[in-house]
Design a protein around this ligand. Structure first.
Ligand code: NAP
Ligand code: ZN
Ligand code: ZN
Length: 349
């Protein structure tokens, strides 16, 4: 076994604490990764606090925005070698047999993909543990290559915030001639903005205060709406083809937000609030609008997104922190006081 150290939640109601544990020795197709950086996703907060009531398992080492360097490989690994710069995102395995896995859509694996942390390992060996740690052992099929030109600290958030926004933008065909709204300018929202701009869409950030107005334009947005100003909202009725909802809270005026969509427009939810959204169906009926959702992205699409970001020189705005600052960082994320992703430097463990 490989000795590992990191930070873990021991229960839903206690702060993260230093934690030592073991990783499996690499199997034939496993890659051992020295973790250099791990992003803090709002999902880590939902999960450690068991807000989704998915049956979070403790001790829980969170973290699914992992970037590092390969330090060893199993005897049959063909895709990676020692020294490669790699990443691991939200899943580390899937059934590989269902119709969705067969179409390389492991993120929609029907029995359920194996999440990077707080999920039972397929071989029954225990519970997966995530990236707030110094080492991880992952099957090569779920490891991503980080292209040259993307520094590891800035690459880390792409493994969740990047792919979770890239995937729906591609699926709903954001590009030249489309008007895209990005609801919520946090970790996911700022990546959605940068990616949608690079795809050639006209992009509007829809935020719940004026605090991020300037930043939105810095990230390439063409317009900004503060939802607290009713006039700004009504002036943009029937405007958007697509709204990507990245908000972590259900405290949203869905009626007025849906009215921003034009005929046949879609709002895609990637935000995953603890509480249900409250929807009045009339804005959907009246303009044949759609309300849908999207979960991360496949391994193939994640690699495509990493290459796209390297090619277009897109990367997140990050604040690098030491591991012992993780609880303060959680508090700041909850107050929307992050510009725009915390990334933990594992060298300081
Ligand atoms: P984040 O950095 O905290 O950003 C969330 C943003 O939502 C905030 O910056 C804020 O933007 C807005 N917001 C927060 N509270 C609000 C409120 N009460 N009213 C209105 N707006 C509010 O979080 P994140 O890491 O980007 O994650 C966002 C959500 O996506 C989380 O629920 C997370 O679990 C989920 N997620 C889903 C997937 C998936 O596969 N679908 C993957 C990753 C994450 P403004 O200040 O601009 O309004
Ligand atoms: Zn995430
Ligand atoms: Zn499957």
């Amino acid at each position: 076994m490989i000795k590992a150290k990191g930070y873990a939640a021991l229960s839903a109601t206690t702060p993260l604490v230093p934690y030592t544990f073991e990783r499996r020795d690499p199997k034939e197709h496993d890659v051992v990764i020295d973790i250099k950086f791990c992003g803090i996703c709002h999902s880590d907060i939902h999960m450690t606090k068991d807000e989704w009531k998915f049956g979070s398992m403790y001790p829980m080492v969170p973290g699914h925005e992992i970037a590092g360097v390969v330090s060893a490989v199993g005897s049959k690994v063909t895709k990676f070698k020692v020294g490669d710069q790699v990443g691991v995102g939200c899943m580390v395995d899937s059934c590989r047999e269902c119709t969705n896995c067969k179409q390389e859509l492991e993120n929609y694996c029907i029995p359920g993909s194996t999440l990077t942390y707080s999920a039972p390992e397929k071989d029954g060996s225990g519970i997966t543990q995530g990236g707030y740690s110094n080492v991880i052992v992952t099957n090569e099929d779920f490891v991503l290559r980080i292209p040259d030109g993307l520094p590891l600290d800035k690459a880390a958030p792409l493994l969740c915030a990047g792919i979770t926004t890239y995937s729906p933008l591609k699926h709903w065909k954001a590009g030249p001639g489309t008007k895209v709204g990005v609801l919520g300018l946090g970790g996911l929202g700022h990546m959605a903005t940068k990616i949608a701009v690079a795809l050639g869409a006209e992009v509007t950030v829809i935020s719940h205060s004026d605090k991020k107005r300037e930043d939105a334009f810095k990230f390439g947005a063409h317009k900004f709406i503060n939802t607290k100003n009713a006039d700004e909202v009504t002036a943009n009725a029937l405007y958007f083809d697509l709204i990507i909802n990245t908000v972590s809270s259900a405290d949203l005026e869905m009626m007025s937000l849906l009215s921003l969509l034009k005929l046949d427009g879609s709002m895609v939810n990637v935000g995953a609030p603890e509480k249900p959204l409250s929807i009045n169906v009339f804005p959907l009926l009246l303009m044949r609008r759609s309300l849908s959702g999207s979960a991360i992205g496949s391994i193939k699409e994640t690699q495509e997104m990493l290459n796209f970001c390297a090619q277009h020189k897109i990367s997140p705005e990050i604040e690098v922190i030491a591991p012992d600052q993780v609880n303060v960082a959680f508090e700041r994320v909850l107050k929307s006081d992050v510009r725009y992703r915390f990334v933990i430097d594992m060298a300081r463990l």
